[in-house]
Design a protein around this ligand. Structure first.
Ligand code: EPZ
Length: 432
């Protein structure tokens, strides 16, 4: 695989190069859930003592959150999958540095700092561009608890004399708003009820940590969550749940490029919607306790129609990787996106590799099967990156994926895991 022959690029551009066509076999262990972790870490500052998190994925979002904690004079130590957060000497400071824009989940500092200090100043959060991503439901929830909110120069200021429990109905079952309101309500006076709450497994994981810290929360995992405010929250330890989106991505990788792959450290129920679609396509799988054995396709794959929905419906974060597999199905498949209407940037990149995808109004049509070939393609966001990795593993020749930082934000050591399964993959930087 000759690396430096193709094109010119920005100084120091990091690239993942994958030679397709190598069959994958073996076992891959799934890491802790990114979308739980990025809420669990901020949650720890609500405690009056140290919180130990285990099974934390080694992803760049964790490092980005540690930077924000240090800005608040909060002690953080990261040793492999163990993260210790000690807020004992924390200070009530504004979060207005560039670091806030690095990720979406920095918005969780709104809820925890409001809950802890009844005052917070924070810049607008960042994150993948998937179309408009307002935080109005978060802000409405904080206001219902008694916060006054102002917005100036890209910075929110939230202040409350005191936070008092309230009944909050969410117009949309937003993951982030459900968690953030929980953060602000756990130390508020009296009872808070969140109706039409989101039910994603990551929310249950966060509530489990808060409960271990001494919070009183009931009904999480249903659409009505009740929180009784408490005076204090104490330190504790917690193991992060497995990442269902990483697991789903590897199920798709195994279906596309595998012969026999065991995906380990999974909670299969968290993937029911994906598993039933893979079965509908003709993929053979065995579910054994916390592992799923996937047998690569030997028959032509059947086309299917996907409609993303809130949990337990089909996860929007898996529609991009699955789209790549649908390019190999024998016929026309469709993907309808109900969560992020503009989440289709991967389609243009896949078409550069020979796919035949047309994108319409919050939907795509995928005509297959189309042989894919190597090309230089760009990861426009985290899950687009995953879709391109799947494509590169089955493409003829070498594919170079740029904007690798997007992939590293949410996939723990993906190169190493793929190499263990037999993939031919390498990383390099293009020098001028
Ligand atoms: C979380 O984002 C995840 N991110 C996303 O994963 C995931 O796609 C999403 O939930 C849905 O499952 C994290 O957990 C850090 P939402 P979040 O609030 O909380 C609209 C990945 O690839 N909305 O449930 O931001 C919003 O625009 C990422 O890992 C409002 O209108 O999602 C979107 O259309 C990408 N107002 C929909 O609701 C609000 O105040 C779902 O958003 C909040 C949300």
């Amino acid at each position: 695989m000759n690396t430096h022959k193709k094109g010119r690029n920005r100084m120091g551009e990091r690239i993942i190069a994958i030679e397709g066509g190598h069959k994958l076999n073996g076992t891959v262990r799934i890491s802790g859930a990114k979308n739980a972790t990025v809420a669990l870490i901020p949650a720890a500052v609500l405690a009056d003592g140290p919180v130990d998190l285990y099974g934390v994925p080694e992803i760049s979002d964790v490092a980005a959150l540690a930077v924000l904690l240090k800005e608040l004079n909060c002690e953080v130590s990261i040793k492999g999958e163990h993260v210790r957060i000690d807020p004992t000497n924390m200070l009530d400071l504004p979060l207005v540095s560039e670091a806030v824009n690095k990720l979406r989940a920095s918005y969780y500092f709104m809820g925890v700092l409001l809950g802890k200090y009844k005052k917070v100043q924070i810049r607008m959060p960042g994150g993948c561009y998937l179309g408009p991503r307002p935080i109005d439901l978060h802000l409405k929830g904080f206001e219902a608890l008694g916060a006054k909110i102002t917005y100036e120069d890209d910075t929110y200021t939230l202040e409350a004399e005191e936070l008092v429990g309230a009944n909050i109905y969410l117009d949309f079952a937003s993951v982030g708003a459900t968690i953030n309101i929980m953060f602000a309500a756990v130390k508020a006076k009296g009872k808070t009820v969140i109706e039409n709450a989101a039910k994603e497994p990551e929310i249950i994981d966060v509530a489990n940590l808060l409960t271990k810290m001494g919070a009183r929360i009931r009904g999480v995992g249903t659409d009505t969550i009740t929180i009784e405010g408490v005076e204090e929250l104490h330190g504790t330890f917690h193991e992060v749940i497995p990442d269902r989106i990483e697991a789903g991505t590897f199920l798709v990788i195994a279906a596309a490029a595998g012969e026999k792959v065991v995906v380990q450290n999974v909670i299969p129920q968290h993937l029911d919607a994906l598993i039933s679609k893979l079965k509908e396509m003709g993929i053979k799988m065995e579910i054994v306790a916390d592992s799923i054995v996937v047998y690569g396709a030997t028959e032509p794959l059947k086309p299917v129609n996907i409609k993303t929905q809130v949990y337990p419906g089909f996860a929007t974060d898996l529609q991009q990787p699955l789209t790549t597999l649908l390019t190999q199905a024998d016929g026309l498949s469709s993907v309808t996106e109900t969560i992020y209407v503009e989440r289709f940037k991967h389609c243009e990149q896949l078409n550069k590799m020979g796919a035949a995808i047309t994108v319409g109004d919050s939907a795509s049509l995928i005509a297959g099967p189309t042989p894919l070939h190597g090309a230089r393609v760009m990861a426009t966001d985290l899950r687009c990156g995953a879709a391109l990795v799947v494509a590169a593993l089955i493409a003829e020749g070498v594919t170079e994926i740029t904007n690798v930082y997007h992939i590293d934000r949410g996939y723990d050591n993906i190169d190493h895991k793929l190499i263990t399964l037999g993939a031919h993959i390498m990383r390099y930087e293009i020098e001028e």
